[in-house]
Design a protein around this ligand. Structure first.
Ligand SMILES: N[C@@H](CCC(=O)N[C@@H](CS)C(=O)NCC(=O)O)C(=O)O
Length: 207
């Protein structure tokens, strides 16, 4: 069985938990507590020198990191990723947007908040909030005319963007002014097999 190295509060890890659950792929789950520095131990660094979860390990020893690469891998040949070359390129476009223009702001402020690092980063907060709202406006504009991000159907692109958008409020981002985003969040939540970020999925194992 494949094994996911996971951290409960991580939206990046949640992306993988959600897709594997929706695809019905069984998996083991190892909780790595990033707040205790468990991604920086020698043992974990041997698996990912870039000290981050999510990480998926196969029984034959193969390892894949980077949440959106993991989504892309498992979605191939399924309804969660189009076969059409243009739509696949659009999927990559939005997933790179998520990693460069969305996650570094919305996820980071949420992380500072729940890890108690907001005060020590307060000089960066205003800019992080501005850039986060820039990303939300880009999403809002797209969703005003589209039900989903690519091909007008639910795909890994929506999973990648849902992961941190739906918990943006935990970092102080008020989603009240983003009507189209809120309608999209509801559409994502209503997809078959949806799991929340706190749902207990996979088989928890020690390592
Ligand atoms: N680009 C990576 C980002 C992964 C990432 O930032 N993981 C965080 C948790 S959300 C982590 O493991 N941090 C631990 C550390 O930096 O040591 C992805 O999409 O998977």
């Amino acid at each position: 069985m494949i094994r996911l190295y996971d951290f409960w509060e991580s939206g990046n890890a949640y992306k993988v938990r959600l897709l594997l659950s929706q695809l019905g792929i069984p998996f083991e789950r190892v909780n790595i507590d990033i707040l205790k520095g468990e991604t920086r131990t020698e043992r974990f660094l041997q698996k990912n020198p870039n000290h981050r979860v999510p990480l998926v390990e196969w029984p034959d020893g193969r390892i894949l990191t980077e949440s959106n690469a993991i989504l892309f891998f498992f979605a191939q040949g399924t309804d969660y990723l189009s076969e059409d070359p243009w739509q696949r390129a659009q999927t990559l476009q939005w997933m790179f947007f998520e990693q460069y223009s969305h996650e570094p702001y919305i996820a980071v402020v949420r992380f500072w908040t729940f890890s108690g690092q907001l005060e020590s980063n307060k000089q960066f907060l205003a800019e992080k909030m501005d850039r986060g709202h820039d990303a939300l406006r880009v999403m809002e504009t797209h969703l005003e005319n589209n039900d989903f991000f690519v091909g007008n159907c639910y795909s890994i692109t929506d999973i990648a963007l849902y992961a941190y958008t739906h918990v943006a409020g935990e970092g102080g981002f008020d989603l009240g002014d983003y009507a189209a985003i809120n309608r999209w969040l509801d559409r994502v939540r209503n997809q078959p097999g949806h799991r929340t970020i706190t749902d207990d999925v996979g088989v928890v194992v020690d390592w």
